[in-house]
Design a protein around this ligand. Structure first.
Ligand SMILES: Nc1nc2c(ncn2[C@@H]2O[C@@H]3COP(=O)(O)O[C@H]4[C@@H](O)[C@H](n5cnc6c(=O)[nH]c(N)nc65)O[C@@H]4COP(=O)(O)O[C@H]3[C@H]2O)c(=O)[nH]1
Length: 836
């Protein structure tokens, strides 16, 4: 490349001379001439390759060489000084000119000018290179200083203690934390001490404990060797070991060799981490022993709801091995007891990542029996809130389920027969009512009661009674469809609900009647109980219904009324409920209320009907209760005794009668003419069976101070049929005090002679039904005669009741009857009338 020179010279001649001197030389020079500073500036601003050097005259038309130098932008320049201006040369060098030449008169200096310019260029290049190196050096040192600062800041800010040990074993770098954590004096670290010196200092101070006890097994021999053995004989440096400081903190010491020799060692305070880890370990151990000891178990699922963990005893509880459980979803394991809808709801909860509580399902237990489990779970989310699965607990609730089922069974089913009880029946009736309203069909409620169950129960004992009820339940269930309901209300009362009968009431009634007859036939079959063959019959009341027009309680009442109607029609039959029954029931209910009030108001009194002997002499009387009703007048017992018996009012009424009768006897006792009269009092079954009956009679007698022998209690045959032994015991207890007994209505019942013999009776009464037709009906006459004969052979008095005519009296007298009672001798009337 040619050397390019800018010559700034106002003297054109001199300029030419310079150009010639340079261009004519052996080197390829290019010289541009500017005659003023302005021209030089213009040249410099032109787009062209830069000048290598500048030659500038000392003085120019528009300024000095120094002015020109201002605009030369650091180009190497030589100032051409006129002769005698050597003084200016020093000034020029100070102002930054690279060199100067002194013109001489002979222009001799031009010969040396090229070499001088080349020398300047070489010097300038060298200077530039030096400056660049210096600048690079400055940059590098600044960078290094910055990096060092950064490193120092970093080292100071980390929580770990760090040291760097060089190949000679000297500590070259350490941070403040190193001093703090190891509790070392800063002076110890000054002047890059050998690591060995620091370790020895620590050992002397007791930092590692006696026999390095504070250093773990991994680091113990190495740390010991750091204090004692020369570097070459030390065991391999462990990458990591733990040690405890005398103040009780744990340090994790990690050492990493570095390539150029030496190593970097870090000390991390892991005390908190270790204590958290220990707490975690203990908590985990507690959790494990809890889950092992408890029958509950813990489970976890992944985000796809597959089991990934079990703690506790699912295998023991469910009889499934881990392999069978892991990786499966809940619904993929064998299960039962959960409907499709329940599974769908459960899965929807899982998909929605919701917490769920007490999801109950069945699994097979180890012995193949179904086991109930109750499961609760909650979703798991990671730090970013992403769903990662579920965890929860499960519990074997089989025992609880069994207990619940048992409670439900006891609550809704009759324990003896397993049939629905009254509670469940009510529920079924509601359902039947709703269903019949929808399908417009009729249903029938059959209320049935066993006609002679009480007698069987009493005579055979309760266990056999229970057997019989179980058989009745089975027979009943066999008579109806599975969709019908058979329930036991208690005792010997059963209810059958027939559903889906015809829409037309007449046809529905006919269908119900068919089933009722089937039941009558089935229950009428003999029962084998305790080696005996027994018979029983039902009475059935039927109430048809459709929809929910009447409440369940009322419907049951209707069927109950019909059942009583069936009973009163002679038992072993059926009866449909109709409105008149309800009217009668209502009337009965009103009568009951009225009677209660009547008892309160002392409206009941006794009338007496005389009993006479063959000569017509009064032997005594029968007390017959009357109700002196404020509106209805004198009400006969036929109109209220039945209701009194059904409602239990017979008990207070009976006591009243006894009291009045005893008072009457006491009254007669005052009068010689009638002091010997006996008084017969009717006793109903309920009164007689009352546990306090014997005492009540004795109390009434004692209270009135009456001779018990003058009181005669009239019992009916049907009353004595139940629990014969107890009847006899009660009769004997009273008879022992003198009270006498008459058997009323004899001949109307089953008249079992075998027990008649055993009863402590005094008198038989021929029922007025036989007496009425004794002259016209040979059967009645035969019965009347038989009763008279029986009385005689048993040594009992016989009284003929309801004797209205003299012919009846004559017939009876002729056949041996000595006592009479009836309108022929006097109607029942107040006591005063008896004397007439
Ligand atoms: N046709 C007709 N009837 C006659 C004749 N002689 C008497 N009688 C009626 O026959 C009934 C006899 O009483 P019973 O058979 O014990 O039948 C009694 C008895 O079973 C019951 N009864 C009456 N008083 C009491 C009582 O204090 N306690 C209990 N438990 N029942 C009573 O009420 C029933 C009816 O009593 P009463 O209406 O007083 O009816 C009485 C009496 O008035 C007659 O010649 N012809």
């Amino acid at each position: 490349m040619p050397v390019s020179v800018l010559l700034i010279e106002g003297d054109a001649q001199h300029a030419d001379a310079v150009v010639r001197a340079l261009v004519g030389g052996p080197l390829a020079w290019q010289v541009e001439v500017a005659h003023s500073i302005a021209q030089a500036q213009a040249l410099l601003e032109q787009p062209r390759p830069p000048f290598d050097a500048v030659l500038v005259a000392h003085a120019l038309s528009d300024g000095s060489a120094f002015d020109a130098l201002e605009g030369l932008s650091g180009l190497p320049a030589i100032i051409v000084l006129p002769p005698g201006q050597e003084g200016a040369a020093a000034h020029a060098m100070r102002r930054g000119f690279g060199d100067f030449v002194l013109r001489d008169a002979e222009q001799e200096y031009l010969r040396h000018l090229p070499a001088q310019i080349e020398d300047l260029l070489v010097r300038t290049a060298a200077e530039r290179a030096r400056r660049e190196v210096e600048a690079e050096l400055d940059r590098t040192s600044a960078l290094l200083a910055e990096k060092t600062r950064e490193l120092e800041v970093t080292l100071a800010s980390v929580s770990q203690a760090i040291i760097k040990v060089d190949g000679q074993g000297r500590i070259r770098v350490y941070n403040q934390r190193f001093l703090e954590l190891l509790d070392l004096p800063e002076a110890l670290l000054r002047d890059h001490p050998p690591l060995e010196a620091v370790v020895k200092f620590q050992a002397a101070r007791g930092d590692f404990g006696p026999q390095m006890a504070l250093v773990d097994a991994v680091g113990r021999s190495y740390v010991a060797s750091e204090c004692a053995a020369p570097a070459g004989e030390r065991p391999a440096m462990p990458e990591m070991y733990l040690r405890r400081t005398p103040s009780g903190r744990y340090l994790e010491v990690r050492t990493r060799p570095i390539e150029e020799g030496g190593h970097v060692r870090t000390f991390t305070d892991v005390t908190d981490y270790l204590s958290i880890q220990e707490a975690l370990r203990q908590s985990e151990a507690r959790w494990r022993s809890l889950t092992q000891l408890s029958s509950d178990w813990y489970w976890e699922q992944d985000a796809e709801f597959r089991f990934v963990r079990f703690d506790g005893s699912p295998a023991r509880e469910l009889g499934a091995s881990d392999e069978e459980l892991y990786g499966k979803r809940r619904w993929e394991l064998p299960h039962a007891g959960v409907s499709q809808a329940q599974w769908a709801a459960h899965r929807a909860q899982l998909e929605a990542h919701e917490v769920f509580q007490d999801f109950e399902m069945q699994r097979m237990g180890p012995d193949g029996t179904p086991q109930w489990a109750s499961i609760s779970g909650e979703p798991i989310f990671d730090d970013q809130g992403r769903f990662t699965g579920y965890r929860g607990v499960a519990r074997n609730i089989t025992e609880r389920k069994r207990a619940e089922a048992e409670i439900a069974r006891l609550a809704f089913y009759d324990e003896l027969t397993g049939l629905p009880n009254r509670r469940l029946l009510q529920d079924r009736l509601q359902q039947a009512m709703r269903q019949s309203a929808r399908d417009r069909k009729h249903c029938a409620l059959l209320f049935l009661d066993l006609d002679n169950f009480k007698a069987i129960n009493d005579s055979m004992g309760h266990d056999w009674g229970d057997h019989m009820l179980s058989q009745v339940a089975m027979r009943l269930s066999g008579c109806v469809r599975a969709s019908d309901t058979v329930a036991r209300l208690g005792g010997d009362e059963f209810v059958v609900v027939l559903q889906g009968l015809d829409g037309a009431p007449e046809r529905a009634a006919a269908m119900a009647e068919v089933v009722a007859h089937k039941i009558i036939t089935a229950l009428g079959q003999p029962y084998q109980l305790g080696g005996r063959t027994l018979y029983s019959t039902p009475s059935i009341g039927i109430a048809l219904f459709q929809g929910q027009e009447i409440p369940v309680s009322e419907l049951l009442q209707h069927a109950d009324l019909a059942m009583y109607q069936a009973k009163s029609r002679g038992r072993n039959t059926l009866c449909f409920f109709d409105a008149s029954m309800q009217a009668a029931a209502n009337a009965r209910s009103a009568l009951e209320t009225d009677m209660r009030a009547g008892l309160q108001r002392d409206e009941f009194l006794l009338h007496y009907q005389r009993v006479v002997d063959a000569q017509g002499a009064v032997l005594g009387a029968e007390a017959l209760v009357r109700w002196q009703h404020p509106q209805r007048g004198m009400v006969p017992p036929g109109e209220f005794i039945g209701v009194a018996e059904q409602t239990g009012l017979i008990l207070p009424l009976g006591q009243l009668v006894l009291r009045l009768a005893c008072q009457q006897l006491a009254c007669w006792a005052q009068d010689k003419a009638c002091a010997h009269w006996t008084l017969a009092v009717n006793v109903s079954a309920q009164e007689f069976r009352h546990p306090g009956f014997v005492q009540q009679v004795l109390d009434a007698l004692a209270h009135a101070q009456v001779d018990p022998r003058q009181l005669k209690l009239e019992l009916t045959e049907s009353l004595l049929l139940h629990d014969v032994e107890e009847c006899i015991a009660k009769m004997q207890a009273l008879r022992a005090k003198g009270v006498r007994f008459a058997l009323d209505d004899f001949g109307t019942g089953y008249s079992s002679l075998s027990y008649l013999k055993r009863l402590p009776l005094d008198q038989l009464k021929i029922d007025q039904g036989f007496v009425r037709d004794v002259l016209t009906d040979p059967n009645d006459a035969a019965i009347a005669c038989t009763v008279i004969g029986l009385g005689r052979s048993l040594g009992l008095d016989v009284v003929a009741e309801g004797v209205e005519t003299a012919a009846q009296r004559t017939f009876l007298l002729r056949n041996g009857c000595q006592r009479f009672q009836g309108y022929l001798f006097g109607r029942p009337a107040p006591a005063a009338a008896l004397r007439d």
